[in-house]
Design a protein around this ligand. Structure first.
Ligand code: BQZ
Ligand code: CA
Length: 693
């Protein structure tokens, strides 16, 4: 009896299991598995925020001897103390890993982008890879904050040397560095700040690079000039200290108004296009506040920048920075950047494409390896983003409109996310402990991440098909691809156009993986592969159904680019914006996300902020606001001859490592200096000159 009974129970169990399988219910949502550990080096030694820099006058100042000999003594430049502000920005020696540096040498970058021109404020890229980061100085600075504990973090002063809140918290008075000059010797002041705000951010016909809009600083926020070195913000919320992050790189980096304003349509006969294109890559010596000025451009070959003789930062001995006389940007590919950095023919790379991990690790492990390679936290992630606009953003045709309606259908989104075998996607990039299952939402490497608040719909192809059926999709002509319902887009097969950045092997690998896995689900995905610049243009204008995009700061730091977490304004979300004339057609769960982000911005209570981000993570992953693909750690590769590279610098957090390592403080010890400078003892010329002075 006992045996029979046991068989009976076993059979019964088997039967019940198969019955459940037959119904093919979607597998229950769960939390993502604990990611594997990997060999992360470089523990960060945290420091107090105010141990990094200060503004103060010093008893004396110095410059490279050749600048004195060749330029000051010949009357081409005023003495260095006249080229510095009353109180320059002083980097504190205690925060410099290798202390006070010496002048000389160059840092050789390799980039995969190409310069459109120097008009950053009107949306032109200079090719990325740190070139715009070095040229653009912004009101505040956040990248070096990776070394400051999250709880006592506030953006660092930069062009804004200090700020005060009004008693009611609705006004913020900002004091600008006094007496700083553009690289052509013209004074920097509030007119530069106001031109950027009024004529590039608020002007609806201009979109600065990295997409700042008025809503980036809060709906209804205004800014006005008080005097040459004082501006005043007015906010709807009280004490929205969060916006100090938006005043850092990417979103508040003013250009030279004395050069830009005469070309702006408000002050000239130029069209907006003519304004945007008024400073092509060939236009040399564009005035900057950054440490180096472009003096040479050879298409598809190289951009060379030379030290800015008016740079407004010094070390505690009064040495005017930067220590490095030159930066080079070799115009190649992103993959080549890794190869050249480990080989020693270039000096820097953010190792962010897993396809290069093994070869880079091998080369860097060799005894005579020219470069140091150190992994940081898992902060590089990719999302598949669905265009949620059903009211005209990007002017969709009938097919694309029908896809957007599907994108807005939660059953459809669950089907898509459950059809993804994320383990296979990660393994297709690199085998080993690096990649992790990433359902979407905040990066697991950010301090706001909470795995238990992250909803993960596990890989379940049958369950995914059942979700598509619930969304009303059937393969009515039996060719393996589901069809739109009759009367929608002609009842044809569902075809989805997916925008991808062709400049990265990783973007293409993931895109091909998604296409293959969606085919099994019964969706036809067609790739639209464009280079970075064209991809950005198509994405900003909403010309996509689906988009594969590497995560930006809002998901890797939360406090930077926070407005990009949800459609808090007409043009803040990556995948849901307003059409030219109209509102963002928010879905109910998106309204919840917008509320959470707005609350996050206007509270400084750390516990409440952490709780709000847990709510954000739960709602955004439960409703599949974006479809996570994979995430993994990046590694910083820097040539061993450089000093003052902070231990454990992440390649990406508040910003990229080109910002976080504070290049203006990096130096090469005299006995290690190489003869790589292409314009030794040269300084930038006048704006528009062909080359160095
Ligand atoms: C880092 C970065 C510095 C942009 C860019 C590029 C653009 C995107 C993104 C990265 C490159 C490098 O990223 O990949 O390692 O050097 O430049 O800006 O992907 O196409 O639009 O957001 O930062
Ligand atoms: Ca079909």
């Amino acid at each position: 009896m006992r045996n029979l009974c046991r068989i009976g129970i076993a059979a019964g169990l088997a039967l019940s299991v198969s019955v459940v399988a037959l119904n093919a219910f979607a597998s229950e949502p769960t939390v993502p598995p604990e990611p594997a550990t990997f060999p992360a080096e470089g523990k960060i030694s945290y420091v107090p925020r105010d141990s990094i820099l200060e503004f103060k006058a010093l008893p004396q100042y110095h410059e490279p001897d050749w600048v004195t000999e060749k330029y000051v003594k010949t009357g081409k430049l005023p003495p260095v103390q006249e080229r510095l502000p009353k109180e320059p920005l002083v980097f504190k020696t205690a925060n410099m890993p290798d202390g006070i540096g010496v002048y000389g040498d160059t840092m050789r970058h390799v980039i995969g982008g190409r310069p459109e021109g120097w008009n950053y404020g009107a949306g032109q890229t200079q090719g990325w890879g740190g070139i715009d980061i070095g040229l653009s100085e912004c009101l505040t600075r956040t990248a070096p904050l990776f070394q400051v504990e999250a709880k006592d973090t506030e953006p660092l002063p930069n062009l804004a040397k200090s700020w005060d809140w009004s008693a009611d918290g609705h006004k913020l008075t900002m004091h600008l560095v006094e007496g700083a000059k553009w690289s052509d010797g013209v004074a920097f002041n509030a007119d530069d700040v106001m031109f950027y705000w009024d004529d590039e951010v608020v002007d609806p016909n201009v979109s600065p690079l990295n997409g700042a809009t008025q809503e980036t600083f809060g709906v209804g926020t205004t800014l006005k000039k008080i005097d040459d070195y004082t501006v005043e913000w007015t906010f709807k919320e009280a004490f929205p200290k969060q916006y100090l992050y938006a005043m850092a790189y990417g979103t508040f980096c003013p250009g030279p108004a004395h050069i830009l304003k005469p070309q702006h349509p408000k002050y000239s006969k130029n069209t907006y296009d003519q304004f945007k294109n008024a400073f092509p890559p060939e236009y040399m010596n564009m005035p900057v506040m950054g440490a180096w000025v472009p003096v040479e451009y050879r298409a598809d070959d190289i951009i060379v920048l030379r030290r800015n003789p008016y740079y407004w930062k010094v070390d505690e001995k009064g040495n005017q920075l930067p220590y490095l006389n030159e930066l080079q940007y070799k115009l190649s590919t992103w993959a080549d950047r890794d190869v050249q950095a480990v080989a020693g023919s270039a000096d820097f790379s953010n190792l962010e494409q897993p396809e290069n991990f093994v070869a880079s690790l091998k080369r860097a492990a060799e005894a005579n390896a020219p470069a140091r390679l150190a992994f940081g936290p898992r902060l590089i992630g990719y999302n598949l983003r669905l265009n949620f606009s059903a009211n005209g953003w990007g002017n969709p045709d009938e097919r694309s409109q029908a896809v957007r309606e599907l994108n807005r259908n939660e059953d459809f989104r669950k089907g898509v996310t459950m059809a993804l075998d994320r383990k296979a996607l990660g393994d297709s990039l690199v085998k080993g402990p690096f990649t992790a299952i990433y359902p979407g939402g905040l990066s697991s490497g950010t301090s706001f991440y909470d795995r238990k608040s992250t909803v993960y719909y596990p890989f379940d192809i049958e369950g995914a098909k059942a979700e598509l059926a619930k969304a009303g999709l059937k393969d009515t002509d039996g060719d393996g691809i589901v069809n739109f319902p009759a009367g929608t887009a002609g009842g044809k097969n569902v075809e989805i156009v997916m925008l991808v950045n062709n400049d990265y092997t990783t973007d293409k690998s993931l895109a091909e993986g998604v296409v293959a896995q969606m085919e099994k689900l019964g969706l036809r995905v067609v790739l639209n592969g464009l280079n970075g610049t064209q991809r950005d243009a198509s994405q900003y204008s909403g010309r996509f159904d689906w988009l594969i995009r590497r995560n930006d700061q809002e998901l890797t730091s939360v406090v930077q680019n926070t407005e990009q977490l949800a459609p808090v304004g007409p043009k803040t979300s990556w995948n849901h914006r307003a059409p030219e004339s109209g509102e963002v057609d928010l879905m109910p769960f998106e309204k919840d996300l917008v509320d959470i982000v707005n609350k996050f911005v206007s509270t400084q209570d750390n516990d409440q902020r952490a709780s709000l981000m847990r709510d954000f993570q739960k709602i955004s992953t439960e409703h599949v606001y974006n479809v996570g693909l994979t995430e993994y750690p990046g590694a910083l590769i820097v040539n061993k001859r450089f000093s003052n590279i902070p231990q454990g610098t992440p390649i990406f957090m508040f910003n990229w490592a080109e910002d976080s390592i504070v290049r203006e403080r990096v130096f090469v010890a005299a006995d290690k200096q190489a003869k790589y400078e292409l314009f030794p003892q040269e300084l930038p010329g006048k704006p528009g000159d062909k080359g160095p002075m």
